[in-house]
Design a protein around this ligand. Structure first.
Ligand code: COA
Length: 372
């Protein structure tokens, strides 16, 4: 049974934070921290915090703004984290809620009734809790009969989720699999870390992977999927049940997102470019046949390098669309947002690549062709 992508969905939070707003709150926080720690700084036992800069953020990453589910907390220099109240168990969790919003759009676009979906996979970097699985809560909220589970492959979760869904269909264990990527990255970002406070944004995406014989006419053939992992601690978050983070989120640096950005850049660009090129060879696809690359959205310069290695020339915005300028890095959802927003113009037979990469390291490729 051939697996295809029937439709995608996107939910964008209502609040956007510009680099200027972000830097203003960070700098106010840094000034306050410096004055509170004046004596230690003067004694040389603590290093003063330096200001962040809008120019640096845009040049180094390409990010201009990010969406967040809660804005007042992250721009408050006295708080520096989202103000998201805990909900009682009887209420839908916020992560499930945003997944359902994206999922409903995908189901609607595919003309699929939720009761005809067989399985739900929640593939994301930032699960709200250990268990019960977020995916089972989404399944329940949508009224899906079947099975559901969570998987976390950090920024590559969506492509790993697509291959997993595709494998269920190939094996005949399901005909319609809903894969959701709710990312509340604002909860695991250290808003007081100058090196990374600008990196992430919140969002939710959904991809409906189905057997070709039940898919709507307007779908995407999956030509091939490939996954790769290689262990690295250069992107890491040590938060877990064997340790307790300071509830303020401040001063527990490694229980939030940390990375060696330069090393990630240098090591991941060749790993991903080589992986894409070898998969293109296996699928007998030439660079000129690749109409578009929907790449993971972490850094605009990184995407420029990867796309030029794959295509053999500097990619135009049309060939490698950017969404991180508006959304920042949305972890697993980045390449799916790019695909969702920049694929309507594809004609039957046009070919493209959804590609993700990130912590693990992990990388995934999903080559697709517009059907019709
Ligand atoms: N404002 C102003 N200056 C800053 C700054 C900020 N917010 N953050 C860092 N700097 C400074 C550094 O202190 C450093 O100064 P120095 O040269 O005097 O030491 C300089 O800018 C360069 O810092 P560096 O961290 O080397 O920047 P970079 O060019 O590597 O860009 C990233 C940083 C994170 C944008 C970039 O490395 C990146 O995107 N890497 C890939 C990350 C990735 O894909 N991660 C996956 C996450 S899922």
């Amino acid at each position: 049974m051939n697996p295809v992508i029937s439709a995608t969905g996107l939910w964008t939070p209502p609040h956007s934070v510009t680099n200027a707003e972000l830097v203003e709150s960070f700098n106010a926080w840094a000034d306050k921290w410096n004055s509170e720690n004046k004596a230690e700084i003067e004694a040389g036992t603590l290093e003063a915090k330096t200001h962040s800069s809008v120019d640096f953020i845009e040049k180094a990453s390409g990010i201009k703004s990010r969406y967040v589910v809660e804005k007042t907390g992250v721009v408050d220099p006295d708080y520096m984290r989202p103000k998201i109240p805990e909900r009682p168990n009887e209420e839908l969790s916020i992560l499930a809620e945003i997944a359902v919003l994206a999922a409903n759009q995908a189901l609607e676009r595919a003309g699929r009734d939720a009761k005809d979906v067989d399985a739900v996979i929640c593939a994301a970097s930032n699960m709200q809790r250990a268990y019960p699985a977020m995916a089972i809560e989404v399944q329940e909220a949508l009224g899906i009969d079947g099975f559901a589970f969570d998987m976390n492959v950090a920024c590559s979760s969506a492509t790993f989720g697509i291959q997993t869904a595709a494998d269920y269909i190939r094996a005949g264990n399901a005909k319609s699999v809903l894969m959701v990527n709710p990312e509340i990255t604002s909860g695991h970002l250290n808003w007081t870390d100058r090196d990374s406070h600008f990196i992430f944004g919140d969002v939710a995406t959904a991809v409906l992977v189905e057997a070709e014989d039940i898919a709507p006419d307007d779908h995407w053939k999956i030509l091939g999927t490939q996954l790769k992992t290689r262990f690295s601690s250069n992107i890491r978050n040590n938060f877990g049940f064997l340790n307790r983070a300071d509830p303020s989120g401040i001063g527990t640096h490694d229980k939030l997102f940390v990375q060696e950005g330069r090393k990630v850049f240098k090591e991941v660009v060749p790993m991903v470019s080589e992986m894409i090129l070898s998969e293109m060879e296996r699928l007998k696809l030439k660079p000129e046949q690749m109409r578009r690359l929907w790449l993971h959205q972490a850094n605009a310069n990184m995407n420029r390098l990867i796309s030029s290695r794959v295509l053999g020339h500097e990619a135009s915005e049309n060939e490698s669309p950017t969404v991180l300028d508006e959304y920042a890095n949305t972890s697993s959802a980045g390449s799916i947002i790019a695909f969702h927003k920049h694929s309507e113009d594809f004609q039957p037979g046009d070919t493209g690549l959804i590609c993700s990469f990130g912590a693990g390291y992990s990388a995934g490729t999903v080559f697709v062709e517009r059907a019709g």
